[in-house]
Design a protein around this ligand. Structure first.
Ligand code: KIV
Length: 304
């Protein structure tokens, strides 16, 4: 008998929900972990029904959806709002909520309080925090508080100013050693997985081979245990040229633009809505009213 909780996938077969243990088993069996961000209910449903294993409500919501220039202004309230919406659309995937800048740096107490809100008020299964060795103690404290943590090292967007921009990390011997030490410290502290962002594929491959927990890469090459992309990157919905590591699977911008222009033209030319898109009076009432003499001009009767 499996102790893994079963949830209805919405498909004909019932499938086990993805848990941290599932991800670990996938690493051990060599099955690639699929992951994508989602920020709202419809995209969460689509991503979940496509069988993506891990859905991250990333603080990238700030740039992809809210129009900020960086992820730094994103607030706890914004993250909770989007995580709740996503959670309503997820039946199968492991749901991770990103802790926004400022929600975990000041103190462990603050971090535990904020992380607890994601689990308790927004139904997340885990939280993600950026940073390596200097976050290891916090990862341990969160894990002790029964909160699963996904760590995130390499190019950590919340450190954009410290890094002097979004730059590939781990390109010197010292930096590579730091990344290995980060991964070791985070695993020892209890992290359930590590996101590796913007690092050379050789370094990501070696961290993945050495780590006992799954690695999920973004801009870290093909040798990680899994891959994650930002939903809007996949569909060309970012209004900016893609980073080198992005593969676009559909041109969502062109798809929406075409539909929007056709809608505009149909309304302007009065071909939308048509009769089939209109409600009608019951036939009897319509015939009755048609049989009645109608005033030629409503204004002439004083009615508005
Ligand atoms: O916020 C985010 O979307 C992320 C991913 C890029 C890993 O942190």
């Amino acid at each position: 008998m499996s102790l893994t909780p079963l949830r209805d996938s919405g498909a004909s077969a019932r499938v086990p929900a993805v848990t941290a243990q599932t991800l670990l088993e996938m690493k051990r069996c060599g099955h690639a972990i699929t992951s994508l961000t989602a920020y709202d209910y419809p995209t969460a449903r689509l991503v979940d029904q496509a069988g993506i294993d891990v859905i991250l409500v990333g603080d990238s919501v700030g740039m992809a959806v809210l129009g900020y220039d960086t992820t730094l202004p994103v607030t706890m309230d914004e993250m909770l709002h989007h995580t709740r919406a996503v959670a309503r659309g997820v039946q199968r995937a492991f749901l991770v909520a990103d802790m926004p800048f400022g929600s975990y740096q000041a103190s462990a107490e603050d971090a535990i309080r904020n992380a607890t809100r994601f689990i308790k008020e927004a139904s997340a299964h885990a939280v993600k925090i950026e940073g390596g060795q200097r976050r290891a103690e916090l990862v341990r404290r969160l894990t002790d508080a029964e909160i699963s943590v996904v760590s995130h090292i390499g190019l950590t967007p919340q450190s954009v100013h410290r890094m002097s921009g979004y730059r590939v990390q781990g390109r010197t011997s010292e930096a590579v050693d730091e990344l290995y030490a980060d991964a070791v410290a985070l695993e020892a502290a209890g992290a359930v997985a590590i996101v590796l962002e913007g690092i050379p594929r050789e370094v990501a491959g070696e961290i993945t081979a050495r780590a006992g927990i799954p690695t999920i890469g973004i801009g870290a090459g093909p040798d990680c245990d899994g891959q994650i992309l930002v939903f809007h990157d996949l569909f060309n919905l970012t209004f900016s040229p893609p980073a080198k590591f992005v593969r676009r699977y559909a041109d969502g911008a062109a798809f929406f633009a075409d539909a929007l222009e056709r809608y505009r033209d149909d309304v302007a030319s009065r071909t939308f809505p048509g009769d089939a898109e209109s409600y009608h009076l019951p036939r009897e009432l319509r015939e009755q009213r048609e049989a009645q003499e109608q005033p030629a001009d409503l204004h002439a009767t004083g009615k508005k």
